[in-house]
Write a protein that binds this ligand. Structure first.
Ligand SMILES: Cc1cc2nc3c(=O)[nH]c(=O)nc-3n(C[C@H](O)[C@H](O)[C@H](O)COP(=O)(O)OP(=O)(O)OC[C@H]3O[C@@H](n4cnc5c(N)ncnc54)[C@H](O)[C@@H]3O)c2cc1C
Ligand SMILES: NC(=O)c1ccc[n+]([C@@H]2O[C@H](COP(=O)([O-])OP(=O)(O)OC[C@H]3O[C@@H](n4cnc5c(N)ncnc54)[C@H](OP(=O)(O)O)[C@@H]3O)[C@@H](O)[C@H]2O)c1
Length: 507
């Protein structure tokens, strides 16, 4: 592999821009040496997306400022912020990055923890400048695809709605199984229109955007701003401009993160409705919002099996709050608000740390719900290259009758032998919940035998509940079948992770 080109020293970029672009080029050229390696777990014990925020912060207590800031990130190294968790923290600590709301999976909790640390014991100037280049998630590498279909994978009667998204385009070939797709989505036009109306402004009023550009108000709100999760900076702007003292006090308390102050999980429309005296100058408000970040989706197809196409498995985020329906930006952009044939701007986020094993090696895949996505890609890829390794899939969802995603395809893979084993956990088909980890435990002896035979274990899907519980289940199996103390079983699991035989892609 050729090394990635580096920017010439004379190129007119700041150190941060330089680091970012070098990271982008490294990612583009697949240069493992130049690309930032994920930090080793033993040096950064909080670097585990399955750990809750307070545990991560506790693990980093007493460490240098940049490491404590890093512990506040979601630990996915997903690149949605334009960095890795570590390099985003280093950039904030050095003062090179001032936006604290870039961590999409960490959301408000991460932004608030960062803010508290910066306001308190973490002196901004105490950290070194970013040492490792940020992740490759540059806007320049984006390309256009067409939406072909967003078909429902659940049968009629299901309470779940999971979609099989098919995207097509000339650029839809340069990806590997395990990669994710970054989607640059737009906010819901109905929400944007309601906000414009509450602001009492014309939709085409030019305003400054969070990234320093200029755009007509409605377009800025639709494409450039995070309007579902309002930044503390924007809430401070509202507080400082509220004519009503009471409103100003509540808004200020909200911006400072006082529990119970103001409406929970307020979007921009909630704040404009709830605080009618707060009407800042448009540019002041809009530029203080966080930039709208792309969202990532695990790619569910192999480019060899679906040339020119990219498939995703997407669960649209929809819920109701304060008697108003709420919709996740990117998931509903893909599933509800984009007509077939429309163009979508996307980029491939390479994930060299989550690839199928060597063709003759066995793999065990644990992917309930949307976590099935990369494993469909793994299986398609292994079929296309004629891989001989055995394949074992654990899948779970509420009901077999309605929620067996990709049922025909998976049963077909089982029938023709590609899937050596398929074990399912339909959680709500019986009185007591049955989850994938219960199936793992039922087959502990065989699972141990597969591991002893060199199999690699893969986990994808929900980070906070499923991945943590599955990890506990795996540690229990190692302890039981390998006749180890619990601590030794945990250490064995950690070693498997280091050897690239226990891999997680969780969110
Ligand atoms: C590497 C990676 C791979 C991923 N792969 C997939 C995939 O294959 N399929 C998939 O569907 N997703 C996947 N995701 C998640 C995806 O990126 C998005 O986070 C998800 O679709 C939500 O984004 P959104 O823009 O639609 O919602 P957003 O606008 O970001 O809203 C989500 C937020 O809404 C709030 N919320 C959600 N539900 C409720 C509720 N019931 N009540 C109150 N508040 C609520 C929460 O604050 C949540 O953070 C992946 C994420 C990563 C990092
Ligand atoms: N981090 C996130 O924001 C995040 C991550 C994943 C999913 N979600 C949201 O959840 C919705 C559906 O997501 P999804 O399709 O991927 O399915 P999911 O919610 O992960 O559920 C898939 C299956 O996993 C089961 N499950 C629940 N808790 C579990 C645990 N501790 N261990 C093992 N299995 C467990 C579920 O059972 P029961 O439901 O019957 O308990 C279900 O059978 C979407 O709205 C999605 O956006 C959000």
């Amino acid at each position: 592999m050729n090394p990635a080109p580096r920017l010439p020293e004379t190129a007119p970029f700041s150190p941060l821009q330089r680091a970012w672009l070098d990271g982008y080029l490294a990612g583009l050229f697949g240069d493992a040496e130049a690309a930032p390696a994920p930090p080793p777990a033993e040096d950064f014990p909080w670097h585990d997306p399955a750990l809750p925020l307070d545990e991560r912060l506790a693990l980093a207590a007493g460490r240098p400022p940049a490491q404590r800031l890093m512990a506040a990130m979601a630990q996915l190294d997903c690149g949605q912020c334009g960095y890795l968790c570590r390099s985003y923290a280093e950039a904030i600590a050095s003062g090179a990055e001032t936006a604290l709301g870039r961590c999409v999976p960490g959301g408000k909790a991460t932004a608030r923890a960062l803010k508290e640390m910066l306001a308190g014991a973490v002196p901004a100037a105490a950290a070194p400048a970013p040492a490792s280049p940020p992740a490759a998630a540059a806007p320049g590498e984006s390309f256009a695809v067409r939406l072909v279909a967003a078909d429902r994978l659940n049968r009629a009667g299901s309470r779940r709605d999971t979609r099989h998204i098919v995207l097509a385009g000339a650029g839809a070939t340069g990806y590997e199984p395990g990669d994710a797709l970054g989607v640059a989505a737009a906010n819901d036009p109905a929400l944007v229109a309601a906000i414009v109306a509450r602001l009492g402004a014309a939709a085409d009023t030019p305003v400054l955007t969070p990234d320093g550009g200029e755009a007509p108000l409605a377009e800025a709100l639709a494409r450039a701003c995070e309007i579902r999760r309002v930044s503390d900076r924007a809430i401070e702007v509202l507080a400082s401009r509220a004519l009503d003292r009471g409103e100003s006090r509540v808004l200020q308390a909200m911006a400072e993160g006082y529990p119970g102050a103001g409406p929970e999980d307020a979007d921009l429309l909630d704040l404009l409705d709830g605080f009618p005296s707060a009407r800042p100058p448009l540019s002041e408000l809009v530029s203080a919002l966080d930039p709208l970040q792309p969202r990532l989706y695990s790619i569910a197809s192999s480019a060899k099996a679906a040339p020119g196409e990219i498939h995703l498995t997407v669960a649209p985020v929809r819920y109701e709050l304060r008697a108003r329906p709420r919709a996740g930006v990117a998931s509903t952009y893909l599933c509800d608000r984009t007509a077939p044939g429309s163009e979508i701007a996307v980029f491939v986020r390479r994930n060299d740390a989550f690839r199928p094993p060597a063709p003759d090696r066995a793999m065990i895949m644990i992917g309930p719900g949307t976590g099935i996505a990369p494993f469909r890609a793994f299986l398609q890829e292994r079929r296309a290259i004629g891989a001989t390794g055995r394949n074992w899939l654990f899948f779970g969802n509420p009901h077999r009758g309605t929620d067996f995603l990709y049922e025909d395809e998976l049963l077909g893979f089982q029938r023709d032998g590609l899937l050596t084993r398929l074990d399912t956990a339909f959680s709500r088909d019986q009185e007591h919940k049955v989850y994938v980890q219960h199936r793992l435990l039922e087959h502990a002896a065989e699972l141990w035998a597969w591991l002893e035979d060199g199999a690699a274990i893969y986990v994808c899907g929900d980070a906070q509940r499923m991945a943590r519980d599955v990890e506990r289940g795996l540690a229990y199996i190692l302890a039981k079948e390998g006749r180890m103390e619990p601590a030794a079983a945990k250490a064995r699991l950690a070693r498997l992770a280091q050897e690239g035989r226990y891999l997680k892609d969780v969110y």
